[in-house]
Every structure is written in C-alpha cells, then in structure tokens.
Design a protein around this ligand. Sequence first.
Ligand SMILES: Cc1ncc(COP(=O)(O)O)c(C=O)c1O
Length: 394
Amino acid sequence: MLDSSSAVRRATGTPASRYRIQFNKPGLVGHELTYIADAILRGHSAGDGSYTSRCHELLEKELGCCRALLTTSCTHALEMCALLLDIQPGDEVIVPSFTFVSTANAFVLRGAKPVFADVRPDTLNLDETLLEQFITPRTKAIVPVHYAGVGCEMDVILSTAERHGIKVVEDNAHGLFARYKGKYLGTFGQLATQSFHETKNVICGEGGALIINDPLYVERADIIREKGTNRSRFYRGEVDKYSWVDVGSSFLPSDLLAAFLLAQLEKYEEIRSTRQRIWSAYAEGLSEWACNSGVSLPHIPPHVEQSYHMFYMLMPSLDTRTRLINQLKARGILAVFHYVPLHLSEMGMRCGGYSGACPITESVSDRLMRLPFYNDLSVDEQTEVIEAIVAFQC
Ligand SMILES: Cc1ncc(COP(=O)(O)O)c(C=O)c1O
C-alpha cells in the first residue's frame, strides 16, 4: 500500500529532474489527495460527478460567467469553441503568431485558415492596432492570448470585433483570475478557455475549462462536450432518455481530476500571493542588472492585474540567451525559452506564413527566456537563480 508520504513525494514529482532547481514543479496545496480518495469511494470516477459540479460552481460564481465547463485540456476547450462557432473550411481566424500551437490548430482542425498577427513589443500580446488590416469577409473569430496572464487591450479588440460582426475567443490559458480594467480575463469574449496543465498556476495534471459568456452557446456546449448527445439534459431530468443530437466528442475530464482541481481552486488566493512574492523577488533582484545589460523585464500596464504565471526576460540576442541558459544549466538550474513563431513552423508556412511577416514575434521568440517558477520555489533557491543571473555578462 502507498503511504501518504510516498504519495506526496510522487505527487510533487521529486526527484524527476536532473536539475537541482527545476523550471516547474507541480505541487500539492490543499486537500487534493483526500478529495481524490473521496471521489473514488463515492464510486464516481467518470466525468461530471460532484467534484466537477463544485469546480463549475466555483468558477461561475467567481468569474460571473454564464457557464464554466471543465474540459480535458485548454486545447479541447479551444476545439469546442471552433465547433460552437461553426467554423467552416475557408473561414479565417486571427491569432497571434507568438502562442502555443493549440490556439491556431483548434480552428485549423475545422478547416479554417489561421491569419497570424504580430504581438506588441511591450506585453507580447496580440497587437490590437493591426487587427483592421487582417479582417476580411471570411474572418470569423479573433483569438487574443493573454500572454503570461497579462491582459490584452480588450477594449480595442472587442470594439473592432463588434464593428465587423466577428466573435472573440480569449485564450486565457495563463490568466485565470487576472484582470483587465478590473474585470476578469476570460469574461470579455463570447467564449474563453483556461488551462489546468501542470505548468499553470492552478493545476490537475492535464485539464482545462470552457468559459461561456454568451448564453447563446450554453445548451450546445453541453451537447458537444458529451459526444454530441443530450446526456446532460438526461442527468438533469429534462428528458427521459438521451441520444445523439449533434456533433461532439468526449471533452469532459474524470471526476478524479476535478477532485484534484477543486482542492487547488479552493487555495487560489494562497497560490496567488506565493506567486506574487516570487515574481516580485525576481523583478527586484534583477532590475539593476537588467538595466545595465540591455535586458528587458516584463511590462505590466497599470490598468492590468496579472496572474503571476511566469517570469520572463528578453535578452539582447539569441546568442546571449543561449549562453545564459547554458551557464544556468551548468549550475543545475533549468531556464527555458518559449514559443517558436507559429507562422514560421512547418504547418504555419503551409498556411501562408513567411519570414519577416511578424517581426516582433520573430525577435522575441529568439530572445525570451523563462526562469524557474513554481509555488514551492524556496527563497534560497530563488536567491541562487538571481545570483547566477546577475553574475552573467551579456
Ligand atoms: C496560450 C496557450 N494556449 C493553449 C495552451 C494549451 O493548454 P493545454 O495544455 O491545457 O491544452 C497552452 C499551453 O501551454 C498555451 O500556452
């Protein structure tokens, strides 16, 4: 039998890495193991059990959205958005090039053409001033990504979309409970998506959520998420048998994952303040060195409250980034780069991407590095990372 300390060791993932200071270390924050045991003992480990309902209620109450639906990943939540918007072959969807593949792929799966837009040099978010030039009669959606949980310029994005009758899907994988002008990210677009992947602030291994802000999509979302059946209505006692009524897939996670997730969601405030402390310690400890070394640290506009998802640095060049990452590795510290421009990927080029199309993305992608960032990062470990960085000459 597994005793609780070995269960915790396994759950916290040690010793999984050859680095002394890992880039990410998923950890426990509350009642995860108790809730999972309870879900098993209740005899409901499939989707949509009581833990899933409690996660839905918590997200709906906190965000004030019409509906929150857990999914197996943010990727799947994005795929649900493409189905809900009835994306058809030949439709166009505007996405930032500086993002994860799923932001675009979810729509490409339905035959859409991704239109890659560049990002702003300050926040690395979709450059809202470029949108007009990309809109055509075929444009069906704009998918802003709140990079690092720092809100995009939603006022301009929403007014541009509204003017042209285009839907907005917020890819909020990084920004749960962050705000733009006082309002939660994920509550601006008709639809939004969250990620609970183990690298995010609130986790359950693999997981996500679809956030619905327009009631028009609520009923069909339930159906699409349940393999195209009206099973949710059946469970609610609204129909006496369920059957196949639309397209769909199996987008709902096991209640065991929801049990893990609920324990994390309940501790959100603690997670946030821990991450805020870590983020601020990096910002303070690195600011003078960065200023003297031509390195940029994250820019947080005053009207935005970020999620403290990550701490990144923009190095002066690809060469300095490579050298610093290698120097940290030699000291047992893992720092990593992030997205490769989508428009220059093999698939992106097949969709019309070419070198020079998104110059900010191309430059940032070569120069950005992310520092170790997780709830259990100790003060000593973080001090060691900072000292190793400030010893580096660009
Ligand atoms: C911006 C963005 N969108 C979507 C995803 C996909 O998330 P998931 O792994 O939950 O599918 C990621 C993954 O990190 C991401 O960074």
